[in-house]
Design a protein around this ligand. Structure first.
Ligand code: PLP
Length: 384
């Protein structure tokens, strides 16, 4: 019944864990869910207020503009200037997205012909792969390994694949590994893209979720970045706004234009009040972001020391709200966690074949719950 397109979509790896989870919940068992990549924190009040006020104005009840209100695009442009010292033209180099997932999924439709390759990190955000497959592109996985600090090795990409590649996805700070990339890596990426005529898309959804004074760069800070690529960004993680669905793509005007052509034919833009909320977020006080990071950092420290206590060797992540743990068989480990401790963690294979020896812990639960999770692991004898 389904189109062939759906046959190409990888199997749903979480089905077994989901089923177990549902069964436990129906039995009234208290589950600690460290699987979700969705902040448990509320959206800061001044942002919610901006949404509510705008929603009460009938001027905002109509179709929004396809590419984002001028005021939103200007707010994005000023934010890139002040945060990264990157200049982007709000009229040609910025577009609004219904969350960055929207951009990630739709970009290949503008640039990938059937049979072209899309270079995706493995492990990586699953939409890089499915977006390519929906556009009938081919996927080449770039392994991210601990030995290479979870950065792809451009030299390892076979030359016949490079020749047929249209897009390369980069994502730092990284989901799921929490790895970070230095600006020198982006400079290397620009050179790789130039030499091989490949569009770079940097997914920078976690640039603001950082710890211990670390400040993440933007890909667009690299020399010549805007000639070869764009960056997608999102308000979801920075301002705890996952439910609002707003993000942006910025950078090379031709690439932004291509994405805009697709989107103009797919959706009708982001509801204006949500854009006003985003403007309030980007242009308002930023102490809410500092506060959120302080909360995640404290949780990170509790999780890291707890995992060390049960025998794991872990480094404290410098960014993102994830911890990527090596456990040999991630699928078995996450099943055991759920069966014996009623804790949900995400098996790494859900992010691609090269994640199979890992599981991902999220820091989106309270310190008390994280402490309890460690106690449950101790009681069940789960450790290294
Ligand atoms: C959460 C996430 C996104 C998408 O977030 P949106 O809510 O769609 O803006 C994109 N990329 C990565 C790596 C993510 O983890």
């Amino acid at each position: 019944m389904f189109a062939q397109r759906l046959d190409a979509i990888p199997p749903y790896f979480f089905a077994k864990v989901d089923e177990l989870k549902r069964k436990k919940i129906s039995e009234g068992i208290d589950i600690i869910d460290l699987g979700v990549g969705d902040p448990d924190l509320a959206t800061p009040e001044h942002i919610v207020d901006a949404l509510v006020t705008a929603a009460q104005n009938p001027d905002n009840h109509h179709y929004p503009s396809y590419l984002g209100m001028k005021q939103f695009r200007e707010a994005v442009s000023s934010w890139y200037q002040s945060r990264f010292n990157v200049t982007v033209d709000p009229d040609k180099e910025v577009i609004s997205l219904m969350g960055s997932k929207d951009g990630v999924h739709h970009l290949p439709e503008a640039f990938v012909n059937p049979g072209d390759y899309v270079l995706v990190p493995s492990p990586g955000y699953p939409v890089y792969r499915t977006g390519a497959l929906f556009s009938e592109g081919l996927v080449h996985e770039m392994p991210l390994s601990a030995e290479n600090n979870f950065l792809p090795v451009f030299d390892d990409i076979p030359s016949d694949i490079r020749k047929k590649s249209k897009l390369i996805w980069l994502n730092y700070p990284n989901n799921p590994t929490s790895a970070i990339a230095p600006l020198s890596f982006y400079n290397e990426a620009v050179e790789f893209a130039r030499n091989n005529d490949i569009i770079i898309v940097s997914d920078n959804a976690y640039s603001e979720i950082a710890y211990d004074g670390y400040i993440a760069p933007s890909f667009l800070e690299a020399d010549g970045a805007k000639e070869v690529g764009i960056e997608m960004h999102s308000l979801s993680k920075t301002y705890s706004m996952t439910g609002y669905r707003i993000g942006m793509a910025v950078g090379n005007p031709e690439i932004i234009r291509g994405l805009g052509i697709v989107k103009t034919n797919v959706d009708s833009g982001v509801y204006n009040p949500i854009q006003y909320a985003a403007i309030a977020a980007l242009t308002g006080p930023q102490d809410c972001v500092k506060n959120a990071c302080a909360i995640y950092q404290e949780r990170r420290d509790v999780l890291v020391s707890g995992l060390r206590n049960v025998g794991f060797e872990v480094n404290a992540p410098k960014a993102t709200f994830y911890l990527w743990l090596k456990v040999d068989d991630g699928m078995l480990f996450s099943q055991r966690m759920l069966e014996e401790s009623s804790i949900v963690v995400t098996p790494g294979i859900g992010f691609g074949g090269f994640g199979k020896e890992y599981v991902r812990f999220s820091l989106t639960r309270s310190i008390e719950r994280i402490e309890e999770a460690i106690e449950r692991m101790q009681q069940a004898g789960i450790g290294a």
